[in-house]
Write a protein that binds this ligand. Sequence first.
Ligand code: ADP
Length: 311
Amino acid sequence: MNVATPAIEVRQLRKTYRGTTALDGVDLTVGTGEIFGILGPNGAGKTTTVEIIEGLTSPDSGSVHVLGIDPFADRDALRQVLGAQLQESRLPAKLRVREAVKLYASFYPDPVPVDEMLERVGLTDKRSTPFEGLSGGQQQRLSIALALVGRPKVAILDEVTTGLDPTARRAMWQTILDLRDSGLTVVLITHFMEEAERLCDRVALMRGGRIVATDTTGGIIESTVGGQRVTFDVAGRVPVADLERLPGVTGVEVDGSTVHVLGRGDLVTAITGALHGWGVGYERVRVHQGTLDDAFLQLTGTAAGRTEEDR
Ligand code: ADP
């Protein structure tokens, strides 16, 4: 990835829908050749952001450039470099898979050959199937084929694995990784934390129309929920102050006889060694590694996959 050469630059986007603030000053820089995830609870502003990048929705203020192109000033140029999936509008029910890809290919000067595109998304054996005869996963793959057939330099993929079974989801992940490795820049909207951790070089977390964090998934976990939480039970007095002074410890919480120690590094060894040394008996040591789910919860106040209104 190359953040120095941005594929997408978004500055101070604002958008209000009849009194509802959808975007409240969004800044994003997506480097060329990276898989960049946009995460956030429902209603956070993810769709509005990508619709503006795609030139489908105009912002109240702010600027967008995709490989230097302003989507609102030069729509035709944008269409040649940006691959976006179908919007809500679906394909005609009777349109066959190969016909659909051929139709989309005809919009571009140098499309991927139709049969090669079908092969890449694993739809070769469905080429004569009408759209209405495809499973959810196959429809998703067709929609990706249509987004990619024009050889875009940047692709925006929105919830591409929703509704897929685990095998199909893994196949889709591999497709996306292969696309990145072939030089494509991918923006991925997802609410699956595992998906973001597996695929994304960097992610932006959105909440209430703002970006609340942008980093690698590891960086976000490290800076929000730190390294680990070690939990154990003690029978007698809890040596809180002594635990707090151990190397790597960033916090100690006591809940009755249960102690939670937060920190980084080789915490378990440090804690158990010290407890032995102090003659403090302990049992049931558990280690919890911080996850993107924990970070998401902390930064957005909402469990992944829930809506802002649920809070
Ligand atoms: P996300 O994709 O993260 O779920 P959206 O960008 O769809 O979030 O929505 C952000 C906010 O803008 C929400 O409060 C949503 O209700 C509102 N919103 C989005 N689109 C419209 C619209 N066309 N009309 C009115 N409100 C909208």
